[in-house]
Design a protein around this ligand. Sequence first.
Ligand code: MEV
Length: 323
Amino acid sequence: MVVTASAPGKLMLLGDHAVVYDHPCIVTAVDLRYSVSIEVTNNDEIKIKVPVHGIENNFSVKVEKIGTSNTKETSFVEAAISAIYKKYGVTKGLAVTTNGPKISYGLGSSSAVTVATVRALSQVFNLNLTSKEIFELSYQAVLDVQGKGSGFDVAAAVFGGTIYYAGKGKHIEPLQHEDIPLVICYSGEKVGTVNLVKQVYELKQRRPNIVDSVFEIMHRLVDRAREALLNSDWDTVGELANIHQGLLDALGVNAPKLSELVFSARKGGALGAKLSGAGGGDCIFALYSGNNKDMISSSLLKANGEIIDIKTGARGVYIASVS
Ligand code: MEV
């Protein structure tokens, strides 16, 4: 029996970096999906295929050594298997295959793959894990690999939709809104999240009061945006996104290319635009109103941005097939 689970990526809307320090953020799941197929085998090995990264028949590890291979492409799958195996005392061999877009654009591939692995294993071994348990095991697995992270991306992959998230998962509130008028644009540049989180941590060590004040403003801004989002008040969400962009710049995580895209989107008529996530690269998003989506998109294309045409508010993890 092969079980396949599918989980969505994420787009951080507001609260980036502040959420690491337990302030809230708003995140939406995106339908850039990742799937993990798992079958139990009759040996003591775990074989993992990651075809998009050229790992076909060359990765296998003994069950007792799972999570120790130091292979970047399989690290999140391994950590997820290891978390489940440790907690539930499983010792079976597995054949695992992951699939998804080759380029992740910083839109949550690691968390999606982790969550899909945990969900598929829950099905394979009849663990009947609740969403909250899937979240907790997946978040632990992500921390095992990267050491840092607020878990908002894991929550988006588990629960889907658009959520208000805080306190490393203590507060997860679905915001019923599937249709946010967004243009998402990739900068073409990638920077590791962990380094940027560390950079902000160091700034906070040097200037605790100032950085805490910036986080406080972000917190207020996220709370106000939550209300605006629920009322589809896009003018307000846009204005708050612009202010937030300035605050991320203040934290030192903006980058010239991101600024160029943000200003291009605003020139094209966006209600607001900001970088999404850790900063340094990856994506920006812009809010459009009425029929100015195309104008914003062409302004971004002129600035050499890559428009990522994906839906927001995507469905959380689910079992896609059992065969
Ligand atoms: C990275 O996508 C978002 C950060 O807030 C880190 C995190 O929340 O884990 C910078």
